[in-house]
Design a protein around this ligand. Structure first.
Ligand SMILES: Nc1nc2c(c(=O)[nH]1)N[C@H]1C(S)=C(S)[C@@H](COP(=O)(O)O)O[C@H]1N2
Ligand SMILES: [Mo]
Length: 406
């Protein structure tokens, strides 16, 4: 946020609101002075996040949830992780926002105003799982550089918008089109206007799915600024980096999109398994597509104390990228034996699925409850860590919580 612009724009009353209390000697405060309490913006207030959310970085802003905060069936904004690669756009004028379709494989390059998009195409609403490719990175050894996400870079909100397919068909795409790439209004941390912080994309087949949206609403309201207001591409089940926020241009490409963070090691894993710590050539790295099967125990909070003789109800969510989750199990003996949880169907394709189970413990003492999901192809989560990769992506290890019977 620009400090100068900020101080000029906000009134004393607004300052008091942001500070959370009255400025007692406000009449003594110099003109255009920005109180210290506002100079280091409080991300919890600025983004309307719960105080228990964890800030991983402030330049750019990155914030994650803790497992127990993600207990809601549909993730509300206050518990939704934030992952930014650049600076959030400022002073967005929704009435002037537009989306341009271009690229070598579009038949008729076109620009739509936001109002046109909303009035011309049918609206659709889906719950969509968005997980950062780097979620779980903090557990890899040797460690990978980047935000040290634990388990909280995952959300499943309800998105409303128009189908990307409908817009692509309106402009027309040439038969040789293979990929789309997004361009957005956020700016590079260096301040260089020619550099984009991120410009990723998906193959045409993913772009054409029913659930791939150009969304203008989240959970029934305008999308919060940090999550892509006023227009966001949402590609559920794929690394969330493909879900471009603040989108203003989509290029239809005749080759794999070559935008920022598409090449090198970005959002790629070794095509073949490698030993931990190996050096992998860029040419041996493959683009991550559908995310792997995973689950999270969101109740109780790790560290719960349970009275001896009482059963414990656990619940959480499971998801598997493009696939459905077919089985959810828990273990209280470090994965030696597993018991079925009751697992619900997803609200729609690409939404996470809720599970619960009633757990009994044989006697007093320390336990861990481990959760393990299996996808429709029979692939289960690894108990501890999946294969190492240089950038620390795709850690879908079983989630574990500690419980004491007292
Ligand atoms: N324009 C733009 N879109 C973006 C990003 C970004 O930095 N800029 N980050 C991506 C990444 S890496 C992730 S994980 C998701 C995070 O979405 P969220 O902040 O709404 O949770 O947005 C993706 N879309
Ligand atoms: Mo991400």
């Amino acid at each position: 946020m620009n400090r100068r612009g900020f101080s000029h724009k906000i009134s004393l009353a607004a300052m008091a609101t942001f500070l959370g209390s009255e400025i007692v000697f406000a009449h003594r405060m110099p003109q255009d002075y920005l109180p210290l309490g506002l100079q280091d913006p409080d991300p919890f207030k600025m983004f309307d996040k719960d105080k228990e959310m964890v800030v991983l970085n402030d330049k750019p802003w990155n914030m994650e949830a803790k497992a127990h905060l993600l207990n809601d069936d549909v993730t509300p904004n206050k518990f939704m992780f934030i992952r930014n690669n650049g600076r959030i756009p400022e002073r967005i004028d929704t009435s002037k926002w537009s989306l341009t379709l271009d690229g070598e494989s579009v038949k008729n390059a076109k620009t739509y105003s936001l109002a046109e998009l909303k009035s011309k195409f049918q609206h659709h609403t889906y719950q969509l799982t968005l997980e950062c490719g780097g979620n779980g990175r903090s557990e890899f050894n040797p460690p990978a550089k980047g935000n040290q996400w634990t388990v909280g870079a995952i959300s499943c909100a309800e998105w409303t918008g128009v189908r990307l397919r409908d817009v692509l068909e309106d402009a027309g795409i040439k038969p040789e089109a293979v990929y789309i790439g997004y361009h957005a209004a956020d700016t590079h941390l260096s301040g260089d206007p020619k550099k984009e912080p991120i410009s990723r994309g998906v193959p045409i087949s993913k772009a054409m799915q029913d659930e791939t949206l150009l969304a203008f609403a989240m959970n029934g309201s305008a999308i919060p600024l940090a999550h892509g207001h006023p227009l966001r591409l949402v590609c559920g089940g794929w690394p969330a980096s493909t879900s471009g926020k603040w989108v203003n241009r989509i290029s239809v490409r005749n080759k794999v999109h070559d935008g920022e963070k598409m090449g090198g090691t970005s959002y790629r894993v070794p095509c073949e398994t490698v030993a931990p710590g190996s050096k992998v050539e860029d040419s041996d790295m493959c683009i991550i597509e559908s995310m792997p099967v995973k689950s999270l125990i969101t109740y109780p909070k790790s560290g719960a104390l349970i009275k001896e003789g009482k059963t414990l109800n656990i619940n959480g969510h499971a998801w598997a990228g493009e696939l459905e989750v077919s089985k959810m199990e828990y273990s209280i003996d470090f994965g030696s034996t597993w018991h079925n949880c009751s697992l619900k169907k997803p609200a729609n394709r690409l939404a996470w699925q809720h599970f619960n189970a009633t757990v009994s413990f044989p006697k007093k003492g320390y336990y861990e409850v481990w959760g393990r999901a299996t996808d429709a192809n029979g692939k289960a989560q690894p108990m501890v860590l999946p294969g190492w990769n240089p950038k620390g992506y795709l850690n879908n290890a079983c989630h574990r919580i500690a419980v004491k019977i007292v």
